[in-house]
Write a protein that binds this ligand. Structure first.
Ligand code: ADP
Length: 194
């Protein structure tokens, strides 16, 4: 019920120049469980330790299985001081329907990480990383809107702006925000229709 479809920034070009509509990217928001997404890539709001936690991170680890945890341990070896806030790395989706999990770490407002640029980087770098591995469809959760304490409306507006301005957007046919409550889905829908 909260699904909304918004044309990407290139749609104006497409209309003006008569370019095929196949070059457009759909950006939408739905209420759902991201672990069930059949998109090529889903994004995980991980923590810097990379080995799982609560919220969406825990749900993804449970659904992706032990092989996924082994990939996380390998990735962790490259980041002995912790995976940086705003960075992104692609791992295999293992037992998930998604082919890839893009690990990113959102800023933790409770730890004084209040710069929206760090949150925007999670979205834009996840798109870059997903494009690098060949994903054409990608699903995002509301990064930092849970335990990390950011206001959902701010996450939604930062997320939508970051996705719309991404230089990698044209690699994707569909970018979707998968939100865990109707209320959150409504907030993202409003940000998309602003
Ligand atoms: P963070 O630590 O980055 O704040 P959380 O996992 O605590 O991450 O919360 C991020 C968002 O993910 C919250 O809105 C939470 O409700 C949501 N969430 C939790 N589980 C799922 C899931 N299975 N699918 C989609 N979103 C989820």
């Amino acid at each position: 019920p909260y699904r909304v479809t918004v044309d990407g920034p290139r749609s104006t070009d497409a209309l003006v120049r008569g370019v095929s509509v196949a070059s457009m990217t759909i950006i939408d928001a739905i209420c759902g469980d991201i672990t069930e997404s059949t998109f090529d890539a889903i994004v995980n709001a991980a923590n810097s330790g990379l080995l799982g936690g609560g919220g969406v991170d825990g749900a993804i680890h449970r659904a992706a299985g032990p092989e996924f945890l082994a990939h996380c341990k390998e990735l962790k070896k490259h980041y002995p001081e912790g995976f940086p806030v705003g960075a992104a790395a692609a791992l295999p989706g293992c037992d998930l329907p998604a082919t890839w999990v893009i690990q990113t770490v959102g800023p933790n407002r409770h730890a004084g990480q209040t710069d929206p640029a760090d949150l925007a980087a999670c979205f834009s770098r996840s798109l870059t990383e997903a494009a690098r591995v060949g994903a054409k469809t990608i699903a995002f959760p509301a990064i930092s809107a849970g335990v990390y304490g950011w206001a959902p409306a701010e996450v939604a507006s930062v997320a939508v702006a970051a996705v719309r301005s991404s230089p990698d957007l044209e690699a994707f046919t569909h970018v979707r925000f998968v939100l865990f409550s109707d209320e959150l889905a409504q907030i993202f829908t409003e940000a998309l229709t602003d």
